[in-house]
Design a protein around this ligand. Structure first.
Ligand code: HPA
Length: 250
């Protein structure tokens, strides 16, 4: 059996319309409720599960998302690999709005989030290896799918996970650039680490929604972010369909 694939949709992707929906589940977990029901469906040749990270009506801000419930619910339903779609700001000069990027590294600047499953009733202390925070094999398949579609995606970059919900100051973005970060978002952690703790294959498709603070003159508006994401989502959906064709056959 090929591993069941889940897609976690972020801002701009609260529904996956090419998905032929076959059912939905409302699982409860030891950590509480996930952000949305798990929508089961058929995408191309594959059965997939879709979860809306910010809720189906996009009302959960990044610091209020129950990341543990989301990952636990997916794991419990049989998911073994996850493509996380995430809106980001562009820091590196080639990360203009509209660009798709597959990060291979992450720096976690978040705090105060429930960030591990390994904290209670432990028989031993566990430290997961996180040298490569994203699954190299799933990432390579995303890269190949994007090449086949000539999407010009950025194939290597470092994601800065910031606490939010506010956007950054210009000085914070300059600091992130000095740290080696290329894109900035608010939901990449602890999601990636929790997936690793559960042994799930996890990769991110980042969608640049705006230039990060201070990269260009003027303010960043939600209208700009939403409009850029709306323009990009057709490409993201095509990418996911192309990826499905590149996964090992069921
Ligand atoms: N910063 C952090 N998160 C984001 C941004 C940003 O500029 N754009 C979309 N998500």
């Amino acid at each position: 059996m090929t591993p069941l694939l889940a897609i976690i949709g972020g801002t701009g992707l609260t529904a996956l319309d090419p998905l032929q929906i076959t059912g939905s589940e409302h699982p409860s977990t030891p950590y509480g409720e996930p952000s949305s029901p798990l929508i089961r469906g058929q995408l191309g040749e594959r059965s997939v599960v879709f979860l809306a990270r910010h809720g189906l009506d996009h009302t959960l801000p990044p610091h209020k998302i129950n990341y543990r419930a989301n990952l636990w619910a997916l794991h419990q339903t049989g998911v073994q690999q996850i493509v996380a779609v995430a809106a980001v700001g562009g820091i590196r000069d080639d990360m203009a709005p509209g660009v798709l990027a597959f990060p291979d590294q992450i720096i976690d600047y978040t705090y105060g989030r429930a960030c591990t499953f390994f904290e209670e009733n432990l028989s031993q202390v566990t430290h997961i290896d996180f040298t490569e925070p994203y699954c190299p094999d799933l990432r390579n398949r995303l890269i190949l799918a994007a090449r086949q579609l000539h999407l010009g995606a950025r194939e290597s970059c470092t994601y800065a996970a910031m606490p939010g919900p506010r956007l950054e100051t210009a000085a914070e973005i300059r600091k992130l650039a000095r740290d080696g970060c290329d894109i900035v978002g608010m939901t990449g952690m602890p999601e990636a680490a929790l997936a690793r703790e559960l042994g799930l294959r996890y990769a991110t498709c980042a969608v640049v929604a705006n230039w990060a603070a201070g990269k260009v003159a003027g303010q960043i508006t939600m209208a700009e972010i939403e409009q850029n994401l709306q323009h990009s989502m057709a490409r993201v959906k095509n990418l996911l369909i192309q990826l499905i064709a590149l996964l090992d056959p069921p």
